[in-house]
Design a protein around this ligand. Structure first.
Ligand code: ATP
Ligand code: MG
Length: 560
């Protein structure tokens, strides 16, 4: 995976070219792909690449794409994951062909095919333990050794295989192996295990089975049953392809799928492996699978990332066999770009400082018109209340500002966006000298923000009327890990940034935000993009920062 120029056009790739030529030369009648998650965790942004590729190729060539759960290991799988994965794929914007499918739907057929392999001399029941099988398999430089059971008769293997299914043996007592080549240069061909005994409850088949096919035995055959034409998978399966083909050649399968590989997406400053994500959740380093700091699809959704931004990001990646790390800044760039176009603008003050406009009548409310999107007149306008007391951002005031500070300071004039020009006349302090309030006067003729005499006012700041403000909690997020490749030197958990979540309470929102619902992000002017969190209660909204306006942390990181 290598990143394209973020502004570049959608790159083509070898998989698309392969499919195109298969279609053009008549080798493929219908393009059928599948997305095959194992329901043992939640989907993450890496899976989004696989999803967009599989569904995208099917759509592009007027074919279909299945969703198939690779549920062959009952020890780690769960119905909750199955439900969450379906939710996530649908949220990303894809609909699979027909019902969701399951490798476990094919257990009976797979069992029959295993018997066929035994019958034809291509498989045998082995009594070696798992450790012995591993030890006897050899290494890259040494051939493997034949199991003493390798030449067992087909009849004996068939009878034992039957008894394995009937539950006559404990876990690990025997396995079914393909009889291929113990001296093969490809270790996957050294009599790979096809079935193992596992007395475990399966989320779908319950206790019906106590033997389960391996990934290798289930995957290609499931593809063949579904008529998959192009089985797209990540590079770690390239060495399994000879076995994938061998099994299809030795079985009376109804179709001949082919496997093609591409490199996994790796993102800097991001944890993607399911094993690591599971640890983060189980050890309480994050709140849950949908913690907005995680790159799980549910976390990204909760953070406010629109599915369109994910699809756009993925489409700008070069699908290839090159393993590289994509800079998270590229994702954020695409995210900002998408949100800049789609998000409506609102005003919110995150770290409030009270401003009393002494020249403005007490009790009066002025309703001002504000554009919902500066570049999109169709987005319309809204009315924003203005009154004698407003909140501004603490950062937008400095008592002793440097020359280039164009915001509020004693004696200086600033524009309240869509409102009035105000000048700071007095600074109020508490007993310990902290600024608690500013006193200002306004120019009544500057309603809307322009001075009647054309005088220049350089600074424009956002504000919220104190009498109308809605109090909110706002959660700011930094990257969860401090290093580009977490765990590169040691345990990845040591690279977690304990300050990656900052919770601000008593933030002030303009009143239209009181009724906001749904995860559609808005831009808080001058601050960033924010999206309402499901923790919100009526009258007590909670917002998540989706992404800041400027690329501040990427810059910081470049410096360090
Ligand atoms: P992980 O490596 O994160 O534990 P996995 O590969 O075990 O994930 P699966 O449920 O087996 O997860 O993945 C379903 C599909 O998604 C597979 O085809 C897999 O190759 C693909 N996939 C997984 N991770 C990535 C990634 N980072 N980039 C692209 N595709 C991925
Ligand atoms: Mg996997």
């Amino acid at each position: 995976m290598t990143a394209q120029d973020p502004a570049g056009a959608t790159p083509s790739h070898a998989i698309r070219e392969q499919i195109r030529s298969d279609v053009e030369l008549g080798r493929t009648e219908e393009v059928v792909t599948r997305f095959p998650p194992e329901p043992n965790g939640h989907l993450h942004i890496g899976h989004a690449l696989s999803i967009c590729l599989n569904f995208g190729m099917a759509a592009e060539f007027s074919g279909r794409c299945n969703l198939r759960f690779d549920d062959t290991n009952p020890l780690r799988e769960d119905q909750a994951y199955i439900d969450a994965i379906q939710r996530d794929v649908a949220w990303l914007g894809f609909s699979w062909s027909g019902e969701a499918r399951y490798a476990s739907d094919y257990f009976e057929q797979l069992y029959a095919w295993a018997q066929h392999l035994i019958d034809t001399g291509h498989a045998y029941v082995d009594d070696l333990s798992a450790e012995d099988i591993r030890a006897w398999r050899g290494t890259l430089t040494e051939p493997g050794r034949d199991s003493p059971w390798r030449n067992r008769s087909a009849d004996e293997s068939l009878a034992l295989f039957r008894r394995m299914r009937d539950g006559d043996f404990p876990d690990g007592a025997r396995v079914l192996r393909a009889r291929i080549d113990m001296a093969s240069g490809n270790i996957n061909l050294r009599d790979p295990v096809l079935y193992r005994i596992l007395h475990a409850e399966h989320p779908r088949t319950g206790r019906r089975w106590c033997i389960y096919p391996t990934y290798d035995f289930a995957h290609g055959q499931s593809d063949a049953i579904e008529g998959v034409s192009h089985s797209l998978c990540t590079l770690e399966f390239a060495d399994h392809r000879p076995l994938y083909d061998w099994l299809l050649e030795h079985l009376p399968v109804p179709s001949r799928p082919r496997q093609y590989e591409f490199a996994k997406l790796a993102l800097s400053h991001t944890i993607l492996s399911k094993r690591r994500l599971t640890r983060l959740v189980e050890d309480g380093h994050v709140q849950d699978w949908d913690d907005p700091r995680l790159a799980t699809l549910s976390g990204l959704r909760r953070r406010g990332v629109p599915p369109a931004a994910l699809r756009e990001f993925v489409s700008r990646l070069a699908v290839s066999r090159n393993e590289g790390v994509v800079d998270i800044a590229m994702f954020e760039h695409v995210l900002r770009d998408t949100l800049n176009r789609s998000a409506e603008r609102r005003m919110a003050v995150l770290r409030p400082l009270k401003v009393v406009i002494e020249s403005f009548e007490e009790g009066r409310t002025d309703w001002l018109e504000a554009a919902n999107h500066p570049a999109d007149p169709d987005a319309g306008t809204r009315q924003v209340p203005f009154s004698r007391e407003v909140w501004i951002e603490r950062d937008d005031f400095m008592e002793d500002p440097p020359r280039r500070f164009h915001r509020l300071a004693p004696g200086r004039e600033v524009r309240l966006r869509y409102g009035y020009l105000i000048t700071c006349t007095e600074v109020v302090r508490d007993a310990s000298g902290n600024v608690t309030e500013l006193r200002c006067r306004h120019d009544p003729a500057s309603r809307g923000g322009t001075a009647p005499d054309g005088r220049k006012v350089r600074g424009t700041i956002h504000w919220v009327s104190a009498a109308h403000a809605v109090d909110a909690e706002v959660r700011l997020y930094g990257p969860l890990v401090t290093t580009a490749t977490p765990g590169a030197t040691g345990d990845f958990v040591d690279d977690l940034d304990r300050a990656s979540l900052e919770i601000l309470r008593g933030c002030k929102l303009e009143p239209v935000l009181a009724g906001a619902s749904g995860p559609v992000p808005v831009q808080f002017e001058r601050l960033g993009y924010f999206s309402i969190d499901p923790d919100s209660a009526p009258g007590a909204p909670v917002y998540n920062q989706t992404v800041s306006l400027r690329d501040s942390w990427a810059k910081d990181r470049a410096k360090s």
